[in-house]
Design a protein around this ligand. Structure first.
Ligand SMILES: C[S@@+](CC[C@H](N)C(=O)[O-])C[C@H]1O[C@@H](n2cnc3c(N)ncnc32)[C@H](O)[C@@H]1O
Length: 264
């Protein structure tokens, strides 16, 4: 079951997410996930695929059939437009629409923190992956290890109160490696281990970043985006190029890696 507080936001946020956040850092992460999945095989499933950032990487790497699963119709519509050659199915990590051992690999990036039963989701991924098939599940590091996003959260609270930062805080709520390890243990994920990887978040300017988050989080009109920009400027100063206004800061993510079981 998806979460009733956060899930509707993914539908309304799909365009802003896809146009501004995917190029800012999700795309670089997708390249790393593709590398970690190892040599391409036949079927790969992307759980919580969002707007489909991973699929083009997988197809270029040689995977034959890519299936993206996500509860959000808005996200899936974007994915199908970008990559009609993949299969896009509305579904939930709690009960993946795939038979036992049908996937040669399973990826899931930045969805686990929005899934009410993460252990159940990891079990589902292990069920649909064949024994030995690679599983890579990503989360972001904690906010205190990612000061750029800490600053964005702080600006969101300043402008819109705690509610405005709820989704972003949730996105950074699984940043503890030992807690992730415990989840993988609880799911009895074969060959489990936790790794970290760092990418760089890049935004073309403070105004663009403010507009992207104001739209994605449904903060309202241009006035709110302007207020957010004013709140962001001093908080992001140390990562902002004074000449170009470009922002870049490091972003750490974690990955649970493991293998399939091929049965429940
Ligand atoms: C931050 S986005 C990540 C999307 C994509 N994986 C990426 O890397 O850009 C989180 C995604 O998780 C999806 N999601 C939320 N709850 C889910 C659930 N119960 N099962 C599967 N996906 C879920 C959302 O709809 C959303 O598309």
């Amino acid at each position: 079951m998806s979460d009733s507080r956060t899930q509707p936001i993914f539908d309304t946020a799909a365009a802003a997410y896809d146009d501004h956040l995917v190029p800012a850092f999700f795309d670089e992460w997708a390249a790393e996930v593709t590398r970690r999945l190892g040599p391409a095989g036949d079927v790969v499933v992307d759980v919580g695929c969002g707007s489909g950032v991973l699929a083009p990487h997988l197809l270029v790497a040689g995977w034959q059939r890519v299936l993206g699963v996500d509860p959000s119709g808005g996200m899936l519509a974007r994915a199908a437009t970008h990559t009609p050659g993949a299969a896009w199915v509305q579904g939930d990590a709690a009960a993946l629409p795939v038979d036992d051992a049908q996937a040669d690999a399973v990826a899931s990036s930045f969805a686990l923190m929005f899934i009410p039963d993460p252990v159940g989701a990891l079990r589902e991924m292990a069920r649909i992956a064949r024994p030995g098939g690679h599983i890579v599940v990503s989360t972001w590091g904690a906010l205190h290890d990612t000061p750029g996003f800490g600053a964005i959260c702080d600006a969101l609270v300043h402008v819109g109160g705690d509610d405005a930062a709820h989704l972003l805080r949730r996105a950074f709520s699984m940043g503890d490696a030992s807690a992730l390890s415990d989840l993988a243990d609880a799911a009895d994920l074969p060959d489990r281990r936790v790794a970290t990887h760092r990418v760089t978040a890049r935004f073309p300017g403070v105004q663009a970043l403010a507009a992207a988050y104001a739209t994605a989080l449904g903060l309202g009109d241009e006035t709110r985006a302007g207020e957010l920009e004013q709140a962001l400027r001093p908080r992001l100063e140390r990562w902002t190029d004074p000449g170009t206004d470009e922002i870049s800061f490091p972003l750490t993510g974690l990955m649970i890696e493991g293998s399939g079981r091929g049965c429940a």
